[in-house]
Design a protein. Structure first.
Length: 331
């Protein structure tokens, strides 16, 4: 696929950690499984990376805005991906990311809880099941099944009390939104449908993502995640790409071991997990030779949470991709 399809590379998943509540349940690194992408050419290599910033201080009960219970949440994240075209139909990618910070600021700045570190490792093969080219159109259907392996912390603790006489410290497990990963092995199902009009430099496409969450060692199973993205994209001057995405997302309620007191041990109100969200994602990219630079912003216009949770707000991404051939093609 041409590099202009990479402009949607990380308009996905990041606020799933927030959407299950800073005071309830939910965590997990952003991954590129929801990016708008098909497959690479045979023996083609893609190196990608981006920086993502999230900041929010909006709280909801259902779809109603309420007064804050904390001052806010913010995170800064670096994402990296290596992909290789095994054949003209099969592409394999390896993806990971590092949180510079995940920070929760207490109400009236009463306290600050933060963490940093690597999140998850993603193994993500994609296969083109249908491709058709005509004089005026290009059509492609791609599917993928990936696997998420946690490599970061999911049970990090925060100091809650220090004995002034003995110096002994008491700890409690940090909220799930502060952990770099949720600690579970997850399965990712992905679909991509593309229709392009090369002469007009215009294309429409869609992606479908479902993440089946596993159990972690704390007896937690975060809610399954599903999303649908619809895209329209146009290239100007052969180098500048402009895309608008409409995205719908659903995150299921959390499950847990019935013998565990989730609220007492992990500060999770299970009834305040899971959400639905609709958003617009405007994106712009610039391509020169084998390099594409892109920027996007996720703008939620509707969200409904179970119970009371922190909602989505500012999310911005800036990144780049570089493509080349590992060896020269014959002929």
């Amino acid at each position: 696929m041409k590099s202009y399809l990479l402009i949607g590379i990380l308009a996905i998943l990041t606020l799933k950690s927030n959407a299950q509540g800073c005071c309830s349940g939910g965590s997990g690194s952003p991954i590129a499984g929801g990016a708008s992408q098909g497959v690479l050419a045979e023996r083609q290599v893609e190196l990608g990376g981006n920086y993502q910033h999230i900041q929010t201080n909006k709280f909801y009960t259902g779809n109603k805005r309420i007064s804050n219970t904390i001052d806010g949440f913010n995170s800064n994240y670096l994402y990296m991906r290596f992909a290789y075209g095994v054949s003209k139909k099969l592409t394999m990618s390896v993806e990971t990311g590092y949180f510079i910070n995940k920070t929760q600021i207490g109400l009236d700045k009463a306290d600050t809880i933060k963490s940093s570190g690597f999140g998850d490792l993603i193994l993500f093969p994609r296969y083109s099941v249908y491709t058709k080219n005509t004089e005026k159109t290009r059509t492609e259907i791609t599917i993928g099944v990936g696997y998420k392996i946690p490599i970061g912390k999911y049970n990090d603790s925060t100091v809650t009390y220090t004995n002034l006489t003995t110096g002994k410290k008491s700890y409690t497990t940090s909220p799930p939104t502060i952990q770099p990963t949720n600690g579970s092995n997850d399965i990712i199902f992905y679909g991509f449908v593309y229709r392009g009009y090369p002469a007009k430099q215009y294309r429409i496409f869609a992606n479908f993502l479902y993440i089946k969450k596993g159990w972690n060692a704390l007896g937690e199973r975060f809610g399954d995640y599903s999303s649908v993205g619809l895209f329209a994209s146009k290239t100007f001057f052969r180098k500048v790409g402009v895309t608008l995405q409409v995205k719908g997302e659903i995150t299921g309620k959390m499950k847990y071991d019935k013998y565990i007191d989730m609220l007492a041990l992990y500060n999770i109100d299970v009834n305040s997990t899971g959400n639905k969200r609709l958003s617009l994602v405007p994106q712009v990219s610039y391509t020169r030779k084998n390099v594409t630079i892109y920027a996007l912003s996720d703008l939620p216009f509707y969200q409904h949470v179970n119970g009371t949770q922190i909602g989505s707000s500012v999310q911005a991404t800036l990144g780049a991709t570089y493509r080349f051939y590992f060896t020269k093609m014959n002929g």
